[in-house]
Each structure stands twice: as C-alpha cells, then as structure tokens.
Design a binder for this molecule. Structure first.
Ligand code: NAP
Length: 289
C-alpha cells in the first residue's frame, strides 16, 4: 500500500489560521507583532525567501520591516543595525537572511541578535536551551519537521530516528528535537560508512542532504516515515527533494512531498516564533509597569 502523504501545506495553512486569530486578539490589546528581516546583497534565492517570509507575515497581520544592505556593507554597520533592532520595542523578531558575504562573520552576527528576539533559533543561547530541554526559540525547519510527524500521531518515543545530514540549521537540531521526544537518534553524514545499513533501520528517516533523488527505496525500512527536507532541482530543472518519491512511497508508511512538505512548515514556524517572542517581550513590558 502506498504511503500516506504528510501535507505540509495543509498543516501550515491550519496553523496560520490559528495564529491569525491570535494576532487579531493581540492587536485588540494594543500589541502589534513585528519582525525585522535584514537582507545583505542581491542573491536571488535569498531575495525570494525573504519575499515569501514577508508575504506570510502580511497574511497574518504581523508587521514586517525589511532592511536591505549592499553586498559591500561593513560588518560593523550590520552589527549596528542589529543593535538598534535589539533596542526597538516595536520589533519582536530579528532575522538575518543567510548566507552572508564572506567578509562578514556570520557567527558574530548571529550572536549579536538579542536571544529574546532570535526567531531563527540560531543563537547559541537558544541552541543550548534546546539541548538542555528548556524553553527556547527552536530552529524553524527542524521544529516544522517535528510538528509534521506529531500531526499524524506517529510514535516517536523509543523509535529509531535516523537523520542524514548534520548541518547546524537542519540536521543537528532535527536530531536533537527527536531526542528530546525520547527517540533513539543516529546521525549520518558524508563520511558515514555504509549509509544504508543505518537508514534501513530507521522508523523515522529524515533526509537533509541536498542531493536530488538521493534516498532510494533500498535505503528505507518497510513502513518507515520518511521526511524529505531537501530542496533541489532535477535534470529538467523541476523542484524536487532528496527522496525518490515514486520509489519510496511504495515502501514507507508516511512520506512528505517536495514541494508542499517541509518548506511551508519552515515559514510557519518562523511566524510562530515571532508571535512567541512578541507575547514574551510584551509580558515582560507589562510586568515592569
Ligand atoms: P548542508 O549544510 O549542505 O548539509 C548537508 C549535509 O548532508 C551535510 O551534513 C553533509 O555531510 C551531508 N551529506 C552530503 N552528502 C552526503 C552523502 N553522500 N551521504 C550522506 N550525507 C551527505 O545543507 P542544509 O542547509 O542542511 O540543507 C540540506 C537540504 O535541505 C538542502 O537541499 C536545502 O536546500 C534544504 N533545506 C530546506 C529547507 C526547507 O525549508 N524545506 C530549509 C533548509 C534547508 P558533511 O557534514 O559531512 O559535509
């Protein structure tokens, strides 16, 4: 029997409807959630991501501010912008679109963002809080993956989760979130010997590699849930994931499509983090009155 699709677009739409109602209620209390996005340079993919994030904010009624800086901007000027956004009471979330030009230290920039406004969840304080199981701003793509799995009631406790990929923004935190949910987690990467021997043991297989149709049916255990994070182009230039969908859907119990899977959930979790930051910062403001 073919796998059930986990429709990220549908889940994202449902969550965004709920958040829209929350934004309306915040506005009635005189609170307007605000997200600032800093875009450095003119990378077309980054520009598209930023446009999509701003559009999503607009649909929910969240204010979004775009700060566009030249490719040649100095690191200090960028840090100064972050500092003034850190101090701006109307801004609750700050996002610096990555990648940054080579002359700017991305880690320094991430660490300059107030952890209370770090809606990407990349600041070491939020990463540390996530690792120690405390309340944190969770990185958006991994958090979206967890929500998708939970939305189908797929068992996590005691299950074997195998993550292919160990990037700081997807692979590593994805594994950590499932570990926090009591899964047994295995990480695989480009140096893993005999990759298939691990992936074929996974109850939940998460692929975050960035290679078109990399995960074939023989990577997958019968009945596994397969989450495809990859965003690649196939030979004909069509958007596709890491997973060979047609092959794998015949073996898996659940599968996420690309497009319409993890992608829409990433922006949704960014919106959720912005709302969370707004509510938290506002509670602090009210308690100080
Ligand atoms: P990345 O930083 O390039 O990391 C890729 C990971 O895959 C690395 O850990 C690498 O191992 C591993 N890898 C590469 N070749 C491999 C192989 N042959 N066997 C096993 N592992 C291999 O990429 P990323 O930022 O994590 O993104 C991964 C994919 O997800 C990309 O397609 C990206 O576009 C997509 N993505 C999608 C969303 C979304 O919202 N849908 C969000 C973010 C990213 P090493 O560490 O050893 O190099």
């Amino acid at each position: 029997m073919a796998a059930e699709r986990i429709d990220g677009k549908q889940l994202a739409a449902r969550m965004r409807e709920e958040m829209k109602a929350e934004v309306e209620s915040l506005k009635k209390q005189g609170v307007m959630p605000g997200l600032a996005v800093i875009l450095v340079g003119d990378d077309q993919a980054s520009r598209t991501y930023v446009r999509n994030k701003q559009k999503a904010c607009g649909q929910l009624g969240i204010k979004s501010v775009l700060i566009e800086l030249s490719e040649k901007v100095s690191e200090q000027t960028l840090l100064d912008h972050i500092q003034s956004l850190n101090e701006d009471p109307d801004i609750h979330g700050i996002l610096v679109q990555l990648p940054l030009p080579a002359h700017i230290g991305a880690q320094k920039v991430i660490e300059a963002i107030d952890p209370a406004k770090d809606v990407d969840g990349f600041h070491p304080i939020n990463i540390g809080r996530m690792m120690t199981g405390q309340d944190a701003f969770l990185p958006c793509t991994p958090h979206g993956i967890l929500k998708m799995v939970q939305s189908k009631g797929i068992a996590i406790t005691g299950k074997h989760v195998v993550v292919i990929g160990r990037s700081n923004i997807v692979g590593k935190p994805a594994g950590q979130l499932f570990l926090n949910e009591n899964a047994t987690v295995t990480y695989c990467h480009s140096k893993t010997a005999d990759l298939k021997s691990y992936t074929s043991q996974a109850d939940i297989l998460i692929s975050a590699v960035g290679k078109a149709k990399f995960v074939k049916a023989d990577f997958v255990k019968q009945g596994a849930a397969v989450i495809d994070v990859g965003m690649n182009r196939d030979e004909s230039g069509k958007l596709c994931g890491d997973v060979d969908f047609e092959e794998v859907k015949e073996k898996a119990s659940y599968i996420t499509p690309v497009p319409g899977g993890v992608g829409p959930m990433t922006i949704t979790m960014l919106l959720a983090n912005t709302l969370k930051a707004c509510k938290k910062l506002n509670a602090v403001k009210v308690s100080r009155r």
